[in-house]
Structures are given as structure tokens and as C-alpha cells.
Design a protein around this ligand. Structure first.
Ligand SMILES: Nc1ncnc2c1ncn2[C@@H]1O[C@H](COP(=O)(O)OP(=O)(O)OP(=O)(O)O)[C@@H](O)[C@H]1O
Length: 267
């Protein structure tokens, strides 16, 4: 964990989004959204399918360039940065579907995830350099540490193709730790897992925050969001229609109309 993450006051802006817009041809996927991701909190984004939630994550993490607007991370303008540059600064993410090498062990998947962040090159591999050996050792240690953090040490040597959906989600969390993030963006972290497992994943998300990592998550499971989030932003057709505490969002007529009253809500 980074020192800055620990030393900066909880509740201050970790990420500031100013009038962010993304157009895909004629479609406005994110429309003039301004918000703040608060440091040391669990920030949630909800809304109907196609509301622009994943696109919002793609803009923050540099997958798509914004059409207009600004993204400021810890006071630095990151609007035009590439994904690797944003990751380097301390923003990592998980995806709705966790892509793993199914024929490799869970631990090896984690080691590969960590290796992508190291500096050894082909020359180091050919001569089996000291740098390569040192990095391999460090990656193995960090991978084991990440597995322990997410509670998967007991399946380190199982093939990734044989693990459950909930375990895949935990591996995704462990991969997100590889860049030593200050902010993690979790896209449907409890998608496809049962209610008991959802509780376990919620507890893991709280653990991230206790360790100084700010969380922003997209989720359709309303029970989970309402008990987990400190703050919720609601998107609908790319626009922010509400923002507030779970109690405020639950009672907001526009949100009930656009989302909570619909069949999307898993309450
Ligand atoms: N790369 C793309 N090119 C064109 N249109 C896109 C692209 N990505 C997303 N869109 C469109 O932008 C809109 C918002 O999509 P997005 O995936 O961000 O919504 P979402 O709220 O995450 O939905 P879900 O809850 O189903 O994941 C949709 O109409 C989608 O079809």
C-alpha cells in the first residue's frame, strides 16, 4: 500500500470528474457528468443496463478517450493519459468478466499479472540476469501476498479453469492489487455469485478500504449496494440523475422511476 494513500484525509476528493462526456457517433454514452470519488470511501454507481456505467469506468481508466470534460486524480489531470499511465499513477480495475489463463494455476495467473508490471526484458531472460531472478522472487511473493489478502491461499495450486465464479471474482480483486492501487474500480464484483458469497465479497471490499484503498464499484445487486456504499451516483441514459447516501437514493422518486422500481433491482 502506498504512503500517500494512508496519509491523505479520508473523505477528500480522490478523483474529480468535471463535465465528462463520451459520444460514440450519434450516441451520448456519458453526458456532462460531474462528480467526486471520495477517498477512503465506498463509492457506488448504479443505473439501468446501457446507462453508461462501464463507459464511465473506461473513461477514468483510459480505455476510451473522453469527448470532452476533465478527470483529475489526486490533483493531476489524467484525462488524456493511456491505461498503463493511469494504472501507474494508482488506479486499477476489474472487469465484468474475469479473463484468466484457465490451464494455469491460480498462483501462476497472479504471478503473470504481477510480471506485466516489472522491467525485465528478453535480454534478462536469455542471460537469466540477477534482475530477472530478483523480479521473479518479488512477483511470487507479491502474488502470494495478494492471494492471502483475498482469502484464496488454499487454492493457489488449483487450475484457474476449475475454480468457482466467486473465486474468479476474488482472483480479479487480487490482480487489481498488482499495481499497488490507491483507487480500485470494480465492475459488477458480485455478478453471478450467490447471496452468501455476495456477503463475503462485500466484506472483502470493506477490507480494501480498511487498508487505505478507495473503492468505486458498479453493481446491480441493490441489497449489497445499500448496505455497503457510503455514496451512490445514479446514471440514466448517460446522465447523472441523483447522488447521495443509500437512504437518499432509496427514497428519490426519479431513481425509483428510472431504476429501483424496474425489474433490474435485485432487492
Ligand atoms: N465501444 C462502444 N462503441 C459504441 N457504443 C458503445 C461502446 N461502448 C458502449 N457503447 C454504448 O454506450 C451505452 C452505454 O453502455 P455501457 O456499457 O457503458 O452501459 P452500462 O451502464 O455499463 O450497462 P450494463 O449495466 O449493461 O453493463 C450503450 O448504449 C452502449 O451500447
Amino acid at each position: 500500500m502506498r504512503d500517500e494513500a494512508r496519509s491523505t484525509a479520508a473523505g477528500s476528493a480522490c478523483l474529480e470528474i468535471r463535465k465528462l462526456t463520451k459520444r460514440f457517433g450519434g450516441l451520448v454514452a456519458v453526458n456532462d457528468v460531474s462528480t467526486t470519488i471520495e477517498r477512503g470511501k465506498i463509492n457506488a454507481i448504479i443505473g439501468p443496463n446501457g446507462a453508461g456505467k462501464t463507459t464511465f469506468f473506461n473513461l477514468i481508466s483510459g480505455v476510451h478517450p473522453a469527448t470532452s470534460g476533465q478527470i483529475v486524480f489526486n490533483g493531476t489531470d489524467v484525462t488524456r493519459l493511456r491505461t498503463d499511465q493511469v494504472a501507474q499513477l494508482g488506479v486499477s480495475r476489474t472487469f465484468q468478466t474475469t479473463a484468466l489463463f484457465d490451464m494455469a494455476t491460480v498462483l501462476d495467473n497472479l504471478i503473470v499479472g504481477h510480471r506485466l508490471r516489472t522491467r525485465a526484458n528478453l535480454w534478462d531472460v536469455i542471460v537469466n540476469s540477477a534482475r530477472l531472478k530478483a523480479e521473479e522472487k518479488l512477483c511470487r511473493e507479491k502474488a502470494r501476498e495478494a492471494l492471502d489478502f483475498v482469502g484464496l491461499s488454499h487454492i493457489a495450486h488449483r487450475m484457474a479453469g476449475d475454480i468457482t465464479q466467486e473465486e474468479r471474482k476474488r482472483v480479479a480483486f487480487a490482480l487489481a492489487l498488482a499495481t499497488d492501487p490507491q483507487l480500485v474500480l470494480l465492475d459488477e464484483p458480485a455478478g453471478g455469485v450467490n447471496p452468501d458469497e455476495t456477503l463475503g465479497l462485500a466484506e472483502l471490499i470493506r477490507k480494501f478500504v480498511r487498508h487505505g484503498i478507495t473503492v468505486c464499484l458498479i453493481e446491480h445487486k441493490m441489497n449489497m449496494i445499500m448496505s455497503l456504499a457510503d455514496k451512490i451516483m445514479v446514471l440514466n441514459y448517460g446522465e447523472k440523475i441523483a447522488e447521495g447516501t443509500p437512504a437518499e437514493i432509496r427514497n428519490n422518486p426519479a431513481v425509483i422511476d428510472a431504476y429501483l422500481g424496474a425489474e433490474h433491482a435485485d432487492v
